[in-house]
Write a protein that binds this ligand. Structure first.
Ligand SMILES: [Ca+2]
Length: 451
């Protein structure tokens, strides 16, 4: 048994090292001009919530068009089934545990956040001369050292944590003693408490369009992190009662509208061809909220769980025309941690000195018939506990005393536990998972803390 495991592990490590070496080659032939980048990151949107991912009742024509003009990824993962840890990976390229942000979300009473010493994606863009803006939900710490302006963004407008962490909203839900207000922030200043959430999507879109207009002749990086469709759901009057899927559908459709507006402005300014647009969500749908939560489509589970529904997300990328000749549907496995190093390659940014977990997939992403490097993908629970690993088509998952082994490619809904058929494989994967976690324990860098 031990022999099988050792061989399996050695094979994976060797493949990982080789692929890292390959992806570090210096070929930027396809890039003759560094593109603008817009990352659109929604909140709690499920794998099955867009028409292009099979939703029958939510109309998302603009996102569907983006998927047709670009690439639709079917096996894109985030690193946590909840907000703060997942967001930390997108901007740092690391597993949340490496930067000590794995233990659930940051609540208003907490006094920690992303360590200001971590070098985040916006800092890389800023250093390379890009104009940078963050609009929407931050959730990586709400005291000044942790906020966007101190971490690479020229501009920030939005809320520093989740939209349900609001006194007004909690009172509506019967929680009369809730002491915290939801700040609406402009830069480092709070400009309003418990703001009117019906205007969120619209206002954030206007900010985004304004920034694009202002910097149309330069290069820009925009992180548009919609607070929707996290509960409580709100839409502007134009979208209220307009979808077949109730308020949740209305909110998704307003985000779809927003994306359409952005594409339209880029087109008008004649910079769409040289802009990379990425669209995804921080974690899966919040299922207990029933019709106010989304759908993971064929995937099992949702927000908060390490079943696929919690961590596999819709992902669409509209590539700049000179980089990739889309369209395509891409079934290869990758994650939000790979965004930072891949964008660093495309946009000629210097990588951080600190170790990261994501890898530069540029060379492979622009080709359609090559495999991505085989490497384990690790599933951490909402509270940062190790719960699973995926290697190729196999997923091992352990929750409390129950262990599962699933063939994810043949069993997308995780209905068939094959652990008794392949006990040695399960043992090997469990070992990979636990060894990875030990490595993270040893290499973890501290989060930022107020005295
Ligand atoms: Ca979320």
């Amino acid at each position: 048994m031990h022999k099988v495991f050792n061989m399996f592990l050695k094979l994976i490590i060797a493949m990982f090292i080789i692929s890292n070496m390959l992806s570090c080659s210096d070929n930027n032939d396809n890039i003759d001009q560094e593109p603008n980048v817009i990352l659109i990151f929604t909140d709690d949107l499920g794998y099955g919530d867009l028409a292009s991912y099979g939703n029958p009742t939510i109309n998302t024509p603009n996102l569907d068009q983006l998927a047709r003009d670009g690439v639709k990824y079917t096996q894109f993962y985030v690193t946590s089934p909840v907000c703060s840890p997942s967001r930390s990976s997108l901007l740092s390229g690391c597993y949340p545990k490496r930067i000590d942000l794995h233990k659930h979300v940051i609540f208003p009473q907490y006094r920690y956040g992303i360590n200001p010493d971590e070098i985040l994606l916006p800092e890389l863009f800023k250093e390379a001369g890009y104009h940078t803006a963050c609009y929407g939900k931050w959730h990586l710490g709400h005291q000044e050292p942790f906020l966007p302006l101190q971490n690479g963004f020229d501009e920030y407008y939005g809320i520093p944590f989740s939209n349900d962490m609001s006194r007004k909203e909690q009172i509506l839900r019967g929680n009369k003693k809730y002491p915290h207000y939801l700040p609406l922030m402009e830069g480092n200043d709070t400009i309003e408490l418990d703001p009117d959430q019906r205007l969120f999507t619209k206002n954030l879109t206007e900010r985004t369009l304004g920034f694009i207009n202002k910097h149309q002749s330069d290069r820009f990086f925009i992180y548009l992190a919609h607070p929707m469709v996290h509960i409580p759901l709100y839409v502007s009057d134009d979208f209220l009662n307009t979808s077949k899927r109730g308020l949740y559908g209305d909110a998704v459709e307003e985000i779809d509208w927003s994306t359409g507006q952005i594409v339209e402005v880029l087109k008008e300014l004649d910079i769409l061809d040289n802009t990379l647009i990425f669209f995804s969500s921080d974690n899966g749908p919040w299922l207990p909220f029933k019709t106010h939560g989304g759908s993971a489509g064929p995937l099992r589970g949702g927000k908060g769980s390490t079943w696929e529904g919690g961590m596999r997300e819709p992902c669409i990328i509209k590539w700049p025309d000179n980089i990739k000749d889309a369209p395509a549907v891409d079934h290869r496995v990758w994650s939000s941690m790979d965004i930072l190093p891949t964008l660093a390659r495309i946009c000629q940014l210097n990588l951080p000195d600190n170790q990261i977990d994501g890898i530069d997939l540029f060379e492979k992403l622009i080709q359609e018939d090559v495999l991505f490097p085989e490497r384990p993908f690790i599933y951490y629970s909402s509270r940062g506990k190790i719960e699973g690993v995926r290697v190729g088509k196999w997923k091992y998952r352990q929750q409390k005393d129950t262990a599962f082994l699933m063939n994810i490619e043949e069993d997308i809904s995780e209905q068939f536990n094959l652990i008794h058929q392949f006990p040695e494989l399960a043992d090997s994967m469990k070992m990979i998972m636990n060894n990875f976690d030990k490595k993270m324990d040893a290499e973890m860098r501290p989060h930022g803390k107020l005295n």
